[in-house]
Design a protein around this ligand. Structure first.
Ligand code: 4AD
Ligand code: MG
Length: 445
C-alpha cells in the first residue's frame, strides 16, 4: 500500500504513489478533469482527478465532494512549477479516493464574508489559508522567543495567573472571587520575576495576561500572550541592547522559516529584512518634537487634532503610527514621564519627572510591541511610589522586601506576541493573530 505522508514532505516523494489524509479546501470542475485543493494541516496541494485514469465510481466521488469533506486521497506526486499550493510546485495525480465524511453546507464560502460573521465562525475560520499562514507565523515567533532566551542564559519561570494586586494600573483588572476574597487575573508576571532574578540572574515568564481593556481598538485584546524577561545587573542601555538582538532574531527566524506563509499573506518582506541592530533611540522629548513637526506639516485637520499631545501624556495609537511611519527600523523611545508610566520605574538621574523606561515601536505605523524599564532598587523610594500611586502597601510587602536583601540594578521588558505577529505578518488588526481572540465584545466561540 502507498505510504501515508504529510503535504509538507511531498517534495521528497516525486514519482511515488502516496496517501494524504486531509480535507477538501476547494474544487474546480473542468468536466473530465477535477482539480481538488486538499489541505492536511501542514500545507495545501492540488490533486488532479482525470476521468480516463481512474474507476468511474472514484471520479464520481470526487465530483460529489463538498468543501471541508474529510478524505484519504492516493496518487502519484508530480513536480509542476505552475501548480499552486506547495512551494516549488508539486501536485498529485489521483489514483484513488476515500471519502471519510461528506461535509454539509459549510458556512464559510470562498467569497467575502464580513468580519463579525467570520469571528462568529472562528472555529471554522482557522481552517482558511490566510489564518493558517498567520497562526503558523505565530507559532514560529513563540519558538524563536524561547530559543533565543534559552540560548542566552534565561531560565523560564511560570508566574501566577491569580494575583493579589495590580502590576499595570488598577483600571484594567479582572477581578475573580478567591474563596471570598478578591483576586485578580495577572496583568503581568514582572513583579514575581523581580524576585526570581535574585535566585537565577536572568529569567523570563511567558504566558497569557489579562487586561479589562474597555476600548475597542485594533491593538488591544483582553487576553494576550506576553513574554517578560527580567535581568539582574542590567541598566536601561543594556536592556535596549538585549531587546534589539532579541527582536532581530525573531524577525530573522520568521523570514527564514516562514517565507511561504509571509508570501501567502502578501507581506512585503523588504522592511523586515532591514530589522538588524542597532535600532534608532530617541527620547520622549525628541519624539514630542517630532510629533509637533509632523502636525505642522499635516494637511488633514482631523488627524492633526488627534495628534495633539502635551508633555506628560502617554502616546496613543495615532502618535505611534505617525512616528513609526518615519522610521525604517523599530525605534526605541526612552525616558517617558513618570506620571504616564507604572509605579515601579527607576527615576531618571536628576529628573524625577522622567523614568528610565523604554518602549520599542515597530516601524511602518505598527507602534508599541515592547514596554520595559529599569526598576526602582531602593526600598524607601519604592514605598514612596506605592503611596503616591495609592497602592495598598500590605499587598506589596514581599516586593519591597526584594530591595532589602542584596538589591541590585535590574531591568526587564514585556513583548506582546499578538502585536509582534500583527507587524511581522503585515496585518491591520491583531484579532487574527491568536486562534480564539478575547476582546471587549467577544468571548464566543
Ligand atoms: O507596556 P506593558 O503594559 O508592560 C508591562 O506589562 C510590563 N510589566 C512588562 C515588563 O516590563 N515586564 O505591556 C507590554 C506589551 C506591550 O508593549 C504590548 O505589546 C503588549 O504587552 N500589550 C498588549 N497586547 C495586546 N492587547 C493588550 N491589551 C495589550 N497590552 C499590552
Ligand atoms: Mg506599554
Amino acid at each position: 500500500m502507498a505510504e501515508t505522508i504529510r503535504i509538507q514532505d511531498i517534495a521528497r516523494h516525486v514519482g511515488q504513489e502516496v496517501r494524504l489524509q486531509g480535507w477538501l479546501h476547494n474544487r474546480t470542475d473542468k468536466g473530465k478533469l477535477q482539480f481538488l485543493q486538499v489541505r492536511d494541516g501542514t500545507g495545501f496541494v492540488q490533486c488532479v482527478v482525470f476521468k480516463k485514469e481512474i474507476p468511474e465510481e472514484v471520479f464520481e466521488a470526487a465530483r460529489r465532494l463538498t468543501q471541508e469533506s474529510s478524505l484519504i486521497i492516493t496518487g502519484v506526486v508530480r513536480q509542476d512549477r505552475r501548480a499552486p499550493g506547495v512551494p516549488g510546485g508539486y501536485e498529485l495525480g489521483v489514483t484513488d479516493l476515500q471519502v471519510l465524511q461528506l461535509a454539509q453546507d459549510y458556512p464559510i464560502q470562498p467569497k467575502e464574508h464580513g468580519v463579525e460573521f467570520l469571528m462568529d465562525h472562528r472555529h471554522l475560520w482557522v481552517r482558511s489559508q490566510r489564518q493558517w499562514a498567520v497562526l503558523r507565523v505565530r507559532a514560529t515567533v513563540i519558538r524563536a522567543i524561547r530559543d533565543w532566551l534559552d540560548d542566552h542564559g534565561f531560565v523560564n519561570m511560570d508566574t501566577p495567573i491569580l494575583t493579589p494586586a495590580a502590576c499595570e494600573g488598577t483600571t484594567t483588572l479582572f477581578e475573580t472571587d478567591y474563596f471570598g476574597e478578591p483576586a485578580y487575573l495577572a496583568q503581568s508576571g514582572q513583579l514575581y520575576n523581580e524576585a526570581n532574578i535574585y535566585a537565577f540572574g536572568r529569567v523570563y515568564c511567558f504566558g497569557p495576561t489579562f487586561r479589562a481593556e474597555k476600548s475597542k481598538t485594533r491593538r488591544h485584546l483582553t487576553e494576550f500572550w506576553m513574554v517578560e524577561p527580567e535581568i539582574a545587573f542590567c541598566d536601561l542601555d543594556q536592556l535596549m541592547e538585549f531587546e534589539e538582538q532579541f527582536v532581530s532574531y525573531i524577525v530573522r527566524t520568521c523570514l527564514e522559516e516562514r517565507a511561504y506563509e509571509l508570501a501567502l499573506l502578501g507581506r512585503d518582506t523588504g522592511p523586515l529584512e532591514r530589522v538588524v541592530p542597532p535600532f534608532p533611540r530617541i527620547s520622549y522629548d525628541e519624539a514630542l518634537q517630532m510629533l509637533a513637526q509632523i502636525r505642522q506639516e499635516m494637511e488633514d485637520e482631523e488627524l492633526r487634532e488627534l495628534l495633539k499631545i502635551e508633555w506628560g501624556d502617554d502616546f496613543g495609537s495615532p502618535h505611534e503610527t505617525e512616528l513609526t511611519k518615519r522610521f525604517e527600523k523599530p525605534v526605541f523611545v526612552y525616558g517617558y514621564p513618570t506620571e504616564a508610566k507604572a509605579f515601579y520605574m527607576e527615576p531618571w538621574p536628576g529628573r524625577p519627572e522622567v523614568t528610565k523606561s523604554v518602549d520599542l515601536l515597530a516601524p511602518e505605523g505598527y507602534g508599541e510591541i515592547i514596554g520595559g524599564s529599569e526598576r526602582i532598587s531602593d526600598p524607601d523610594l519604592l514605598l514612596e511610589r506605592l503611596r503616591d500611586w495609592g497602592l495598598p502597601e500590605e499587598s506589596f510587602g514581599w516586593y519591597v522586601d526584594l530591595r532589602r536583601y542584596g538589591s541590585v540594578v535590574h531591568s526587564g521588558f514585556g513583548l506582546g506576541v499578538e502585536r509582534t505577529v500583527t507587524w511581522i505578518c503585515g496585518l491591520d488588526h491583531l484579532r487574527e493573530t491568536i486562534s480564539f481572540p478575547r476582546m471587549l465584545k467577544r468571548v464566543y466561540p
